[in-house]
Write a protein that binds this ligand. Sequence first.
Ligand SMILES: Nc1ncnc2c1ncn2[C@@H]1O[C@H](COP(=O)(O)OP(=O)(O)OP(=O)(O)O)[C@@H](O)[C@H]1O
Ligand SMILES: [Mg+2]
Length: 241
Amino acid sequence: MLKLENVSVKRGKSIALKDVSFKVDAGKTIAVVGESGAGKSTLIASILNLASLASGKISWNDKPVRKISPALVSQEPRAAFNPVMTLKQSVLEPIVGQKKTLLPDRLNRLCKGLELPIDLLDRKPSGVSIGQAQRVGIMRALITSSPLILFDEPLSALDAVTQKHTARLISDLQKEEGFAAIIVTHDLGYAAAFADDIIVLKTGCVEEYSSAEEFIQSPKTQYGQDLRNAAFALGALERAS
Ligand SMILES: Nc1ncnc2c1ncn2[C@@H]1O[C@H](COP(=O)(O)OP(=O)(O)OP(=O)(O)O)[C@@H](O)[C@H]1O
Ligand SMILES: [Mg+2]
């Protein structure tokens, strides 16, 4: 289980996260929503040990999170890859040294599920579209079999149909493999359909933390209500039902 206890993080001179606490059990998903600049990516960075804590504690089963090497799907699809390596080299990099017997099957399944031709992986990051790079980023995270996967706006560059198929693939693999997931998203429909819990961040603070069901039915705060109503206005929540 991932546990954040009273985590605060400074970025530059200001506090980007203030006193954030939550838990994610194995096999469960928490969605992190909130306005641009609220601290969502900072939260991900702090779990990856890429942002030092001003105070608080982050652990996985009471041990440091780095012991389980969490996988990341970066918010910036192309920038997440080494520009001189092929996408396949980048995808396989996190699993160097592991047994490769099941790898061809797994690569095929992931390519199929993510609707990517397998030979696309022979290209460099500059030779694919942003939406394709985003899906290769998802593939690189899913291939690791890490018990914790952090998705920072993983579907932002995809069309609605591909979003739906990709979300379904992530969810199916999660059911099979039992990884815990944190999904940063602006899409409340996605959060409502696939997350167990939702956390709303506002200027670095937890504004709301509840089950997805509770949040969609009756947000506890004005800001939560505004977010949910805006999603209703866009039709996003109807899509989830
Ligand atoms: N390297 C940095 N140095 C200084 N301040 C930073 C740095 N990175 C982020 N910040 C600031 O920290 C705050 C939180 O940024 P963060 O990237 O976590 O937001 P976010 O919620 O992920 O936003 P978005 O939805 O736009 O991705 C912002 O005010 C941002 O300007
Ligand atoms: Mg961000």
